[in-house]
Design a protein around this ligand. Structure first.
Ligand SMILES: Nc1ncnc2c1ncn2[C@@H]1O[C@H](COP(=O)(O)OP(=O)(O)OP(=O)(O)O)[C@@H](O)[C@H]1O
Length: 452
């Protein structure tokens, strides 16, 4: 049994809160889909989940279950099972009693043991059925919590960061188990997380939220390759996408360049349609996004079609075993996305930079708050597209030292050292351009009229 969930302009405003925690959220979740709600802390993910579960009143908008109006349906009548981050097990009950507890109400008078044992077999927890939560590891507790959800044969699973209290190895193991279980059962699942890697590996689709507003919903591949705005681009992908401030130069005589200040990137002629569209940005601030795999360290003579030349000074090489991440300074100004951490920390910190970093995220938060103060309305736009303004890093940083603005992924055997100037080849097929409100303009959004 599985079901469709429709959210139409769902909003939630908590008492005494000026801004809605969830703002006109619309989404169709077909039966059997594994949908992940992804976003930074406080963006409203749990509130959406709780409204679906019936644990939170809906301020406005409509919730439909299999096409039927369900705003006022009691939680117990929704046939949904929820799994929480803190496991929420009864400490005085054994695993068997915890798993069987909801069945007492669903199948009164019946023997629950066969259902409990079937569930335990699916989860491989037969051995721990007679232990109490205090006698279980974190992973075992979460399996019991999952068992309690599964044993009810629900039509929807709602999972609120179910793995975030577990260590990395167990997380990845249980992640695979959740994917196997939910797909096997074919039950519609809504899964909340702020971990983009988890979202990408689990979701049929990922819905990215920011400040209560849905930014983009799509397959993991689409959200990675075609982010609608700079926020989604920066939130998804590790290492984070390189975001650089730039302007477009398109003199009347022809040619087009993306100007980073100290270097320019020439766009090859004839210009592609997407690049022709950039002409209207002439003289305006833009943000260029380059994922770490879109740039390689190689001589200009080895450029393939579609690759253009830049150069950078190596600041730091991060050896990762299977690859290296090379931090470079190209002389460009990094763009900062409010609500996410600041741009990358400089590779070679001065003492004052290290002090600032040691002071924790407050300084970065302050930067974002300062930005929000300088550009009112900047953190959220009425149409939900999400304006994301480019910010200059604090001047003191720049005066003290050059900051790495570009991270490039290379093979593990790269032989470069801090201070080396290296040639770079940028693959234009993987170059993103965002306008000064943060919207992606290149590659052009599908709905945009094209110059044909
Ligand atoms: N009961 C409440 N009363 C008032 N404000 C609330 C309440 N619950 C949540 N909020 C606020 O609503 C906003 C969204 O909260 P929510 O828990 O949905 O975010 P989230 O994205 O799930 O965050 P996290 O990942 O940290 O759990 C936050 O600003 C939060 O402080």
């Amino acid at each position: 049994m599985t079901r469709a969930i429709s959210l139409h302009d769902l909003s939630k405003t908590y008492p005494k809160q000026p801004a809605p925690a969830v703002d006109r959220f619309s989404l169709e979740i077909p039966p059997g889909e594994f949908l992940v709600l992804l976003g930074p802390s406080g963006c409203g993910k749990s509130t959406v989940l709780r409204m679906i579960a019936g644990l939170e009143d809906i301020s406005s908008g409509e919730l439909l279950l299999d096409g039927e109006y369900a705003n006022n349906l009691a939680p117990g009548d929704r046939r949904m099972a929820m799994v929480f981050q803190n496991f929420a097990l009864y400490p005085s009950m054994t695993s068997r009693q915890n798993i069987g507890f909801p069945l007492r109400f669903e199948m009164p008078g019946e023997d629950q043991n066969p259902r409990v044992e079937e569930t335990a077999r699916i989860l491989g927890i037969e051995e721990i059925l007679d232990r109490y939560p205090g006698q279980l590891s974190g992973g075992e507790r979460q399996r019991v919590a999952m068992g309690r959800a599964i044993s009810r044969h629900p039509s929807v699973f709602l999972m609120d960061e179910p793995l975030s209290n577990l260590d990395a190895k167990l997380r990845s193991h249980l992640r695979a188990e959740i994917a196997r279980l939910t797909r096997g059962m074919g039950v519609t699942t809504v899964y909340v997380t702020h971990d983009q890697a988890e979202a990408m590996s689990l979701g049929d689709r990922v819905a990215v939220m920011r400040g209560g507003v849905l930014q983009q919903v799509g397959s993991p591949r689409d959200t990675y390759h075609l982010p609608v705005n700079v926020f989604v681009a920066a939130f998804i992908g590790t290492p984070r996408i390189n975001l650089l401030q730039a302007t477009v130069l398109a003199p009347l005589g022809g040619g087009m360049w993306i100007d980073f200040g100290r270097q320019r990137l020439g766009l090859p002629e004839p210009l592609s349609l997407d690049h022709q569209m950039l002409r209207i940005q002439q003289g305006r601030d833009i943000i260029v996004g380059l994922r770490s795999e879109a740039v390689r360290i190689a001589a200009p003579s080895s450029a393939h079609a579609g690759e253009v030349v830049l150069s950078g000074i190596v600041e730091h090489v991060e050896y990762q075993g299977h690859e290296c991440l090379v931090h470079l300074n190209t002389g460009a100004k990094p763009a900062v996305v409010p609500e996410l951490e600041a741009p990358r920390l400089p590779a070679q910190r001065t003492r004052s930079a290290a002090r600032r970093a040691a002071a924790g995220p407050g300084g970065l938060g302050k930067l974002a708050r300062k930005a929000a103060g300088r550009f009112p309305g900047l953190l959220q736009e009425p149409d939900g597209a999400g304006a994301v303004k480019v910010l200059d890093p604090p001047p003191a940083d720049r005066a003290e030292q050059p900051t790495g603005d570009l991270v490039v992924r290379t093979g593990p055997d790269i032989r470069v050292r801090p201070g080396d100037r290296v040639p770079l080849l940028v693959d234009l097929a993987h170059l993103y351009v965002f306008d000064n409100t943060g919207r992606r303009i290149c590659p052009a959004p599908a709905e945009q009229p094209r110059l044909e």
